[in-house]
Design a protein around this ligand. Structure first.
Ligand code: HEC
Length: 211
């Protein structure tokens, strides 16, 4: 075969491949079993062709701004994530009645989310603080007067928003659990026994709050 012919074949192949790519564009191609790719169930924010009245074809609308879902009012926290908010939390935020001092779930949650830094008994000797000692706060541990005297509302505020090197725990602790952990911190600050059994099973949230 001549070189010229080789070149012609090669460029033809390239041209075919090239147009193949170009023509695809936004075309998703063939779907052999769309029912298996797109759930027909109503899922809160899935998008489908059938929901033409909602924005982006969503099956559910996002809640109206400023509204709180029924039964979730404790998620509403009005103080801002500022120095003033932190100060105000000292007097304006307090535990709902019925949160037990020694709720086993408080300890359970504490040992998952707080121990890595503050240590199981609040001595600031958790693995993270041991490894990165520059992270440690100025106070030595929970039994310091600083934590003993720290208003519960401010601890709640810090769990909600975080403070300096401590991140927010709002995404992992729902409000009632934040209070259980706050109570557990206070127990540790009194040198309280950490022998309470850590357990994920606890009085239901509504029962705890109704007491
Ligand atoms: C990544 C490590 C880390 C984790 C995890 C962590 N903390 Fe902290 N915490 C800190 C640091 C650092 C400070 C000091 C913040 C400052 O004052 O600069 C702090 C401060 C605090 C304070 C004092 C707040 C104040 O108002 O001065 C309390 C109380 C506290 N933590 C409790 C907790 C509890 C309860 C948890 C678990 C839900 C937790 N921390 C998880 C690092 C951590």
């Amino acid at each position: 075969m001549s070189k010229k012919l080789n070149l012609a074949v090669a460029s033809l192949v390239l041209a075919v491949l090239g147009t193949g790519c170009v023509s695809r564009g936004n075309d998703p191609g063939w779907e052999y079993a769309p029912d298996m790719y797109y759930s027909k169930g109503y899922e809160p924010y899935n998008q489908g062709d059938s929901f033409t009245l909602n924005p982006h074809g969503m099956s559910m609308r996002t809640p109206v701004e400023g509204t709180v879902a029924v039964g979730k009012s404790d998620f509403h926290y009005s103080l801002p994530n500022t120095g003033e908010g932190y100060e105000a939390a000292a007097t304006q935020v307090s535990a709902p009645a019925g949160i037990d001092q020694i709720d086993s779930r408080g300890k359970y949650m504490y040992e998952i989310y707080c121990s890595p830094c503050h240590g199981n008994t609040g001595n600031n000797d958790g693995g993270v603080f041991k490894k990165v000692s520059t992270l440690k706060p100025a106070w030595k541990g929970y039994t310091d007067d600083y934590i003993k005297n720290l208003p519960e509302g401010q601890i709640y505020h810090v769990l909600t928003y975080g403070k300096n090197n401590m991140g927010s725990h709002a995404s992992v602790l729902k409000p009632v659990d934040r209070w259980r952990v706050v109570k557990y911190v206070k127990l540790l600050s009194q040198g309280g026994s950490s022998n309470a059994v850590a357990s994920n099973t606890t009085t239901s949230d509504s029962a705890a709050l109704a007491k």
